[in-house]
Design a protein around this ligand. Structure first.
Ligand code: IVH
Length: 431
């Protein structure tokens, strides 16, 4: 018979391996039922032998008590921010600046291009391979202690696959678009406040004082950088990404190495094309000089490295004034409210009309004519109002009233059974 301690260790190793395959590699080799059986056996054994429970056991992802106040974490290595570019011309200028700074006008520079995830920057510190501290970026020097909250993220390992003395992985926590939409729907149905975008939801989720509440949110994380590193040598950004993956940390498979700035420019276009089809929000790409020795020679200036920069895609959200609400009649007779906006550029297009869908949507948003609204436009989707900026109300806004007669044919309108749609009952209505 095997001793409980041996069986426990064996189970942990197995579960860690399956976690890694499932959450990091996206390539599970057992069914959920089989996985649950292993987990249940481990929970049962640990309950019978509480002295054998360790902080890096897969059972320890959730369960910490709510906190009163977030503590602070000093970043031993500052968490920098990035400068940004918005055009190919600026990209080429940036490379010229790098060469000038290095005083090597003909130098060939290789780069790593990564997606710029629109989430929350986090740091996860591992001591002897065991997860010890989690922190937000904060002001770059001091962040919030979110050790217990970050720990609940399924793809974050509690133990690395190797054990460097100290290793601080840095990356972006985020919530995929599908999880964001589902959660917002639930909040809206419960009459609670919804979130404007996945980034706000991610931030709100990591700042739950009850880690159990964070565990309920569909958080994920991609790593792309390091802070404190003791016991591992890293010669380039590409090698850094490989090291992160070898340690069992999740990295994005959209990152590529480019040998020239022409390749970089082509990759930026590719990423921009892919943007609407990705399961998570990216707001651009990050361009990093690959070679570590070159990075060191380039150094940093005012809180951002010279060797890396962001390439920003056009924003998909913008605020503007809702000047009026018009009513159009569809082919089915349903009256559809259309918002008339003070024109605003969003995602490279001027938006002056938004759909307000139906009666329910207007009530849910609580929108009034004259309100300042947050508008979103993604890909080919018709622009929509995400929320009303209530702080900007002046008192001059007015509630929208539905017309009593069809704007096309003058027939008195009716409300359908579920009181969602208002429609024109006239079969002969020209609309
Ligand atoms: S690197 C040393 N890489 O963008 C460079 N940042 O404006 C430090 N971000 O605070 C950042 N994806 O939250 C880097 N692949 C990526 C990123 C990324 C998103 C965010 C990060 C950072 C901000 C910089």
């Amino acid at each position: 018979m095997t001793a409980p301690a041996d069986r426990i260790e064996k189970l942990r190793e197995e579960i860690r391996e399956h976690n890694h395959r499932y959450y990091v590699l996206d390539d599970p080799v057992i069914s959920d039922v089989e996985y649950d059986e292993l987990m249940r056996e481990l929970i049962r054994l640990e309950a019978a032998h509480p002295d054998l429970v360790t902080p890096d056991s897969p059972t320890q992802k959730v369960g910490a008590a709510p906190i009163e106040e977030f503590g602070t974490v000093e970043h031993e290595v500052p968490m920098l921010s990035l400068g940004n570019l918005t055009s190919e011309a600026e990209l080429r200028e940036w490379e010229e600046q790098l060469r000038n700074h290095l005083k090597e006008p003909d130098l060939d520079i290789a780069y790593v291009i990564e997606p710029k995830l629109d989430g929350v920057a986090v740091a996860a510190i591992y001591e002897d391979g065991v997860y010890a501290v989690g922190a937000t970026r904060g002001d770059g020097t001091r962040g919030e202690d979110i050790t217990e909250q970050l720990k609940t993220v399924p793809s974050l390992p509690l133990r690395l696959r190797k054990s460097p003395a100290r290793f601080e992985a840095r990356g972006e926590a985020f919530i995929p678009i599908a999880g964001f939409a589902a959660l917002n729907r639930r909040l809206s149905e419960a009459g609670e406040k919804t979130y404007a975008n996945p980034r706000n939801l991610t931030s709100g989720s990591l700042k739950q004082k009850d880690p159990g509440a964070t565990a309920e949110r569909p958080l994920d994380v991609f790593f792309y950088s390091v802070g404190i590193v003791e016991g591992v040598g890293i010669g380039s950004q590409w090698e850094l990404l490989e090291t992160l993956a070898e340690l069992g940390l999740r990295t994005s498979d959209l990152s590529v190495r480019c040998a020239t700035i022409d390749e970089v420019a082509a990759r930026l276009l590719e990423l921009q094309e892919m943007r609407d089809d990705l399961p998570f929000e990216i707001d651009g790409a990050v361009i990093k000089v690959d070679d570590r020795a070159l990075q060191d020679r380039l150094g940093e200036r005012s809180r951002s490295p010279r060797w890396a920069t962001a390439y920003k895609f056009a924003a998909r959200q913008g605020t503007t004034k809702l000047e009026d609400i018009l009513v159009s009649v569809g082919r089915t007779g349903a009256l559809t409210p259309v918002g008339v906006l003070e024109p605003v550029p969003i995602g490279g297009v001027t938006v002056s009309r938004v759909t307000l869908h139906n009666k329910d949507e207007i009530e849910r948003l609580g929108v009034r004519v004259g309100d300042t609204v947050l508008v979103q436009r993604a890909g080919d989707v018709i622009p929509k109002v995400v929320k009303v900026i209530e702080d900007r109300r002046t008192g001059k806004e007015r509630e929208f009233t539905w017309p009593e007669t069809c704007p096309e044919c003058g027939t008195p309108v009716r409300e359908d059974e579920e009181a969602v749609a208002i429609y024109c009952p006239n079969i002969a209505c020209p609309a």
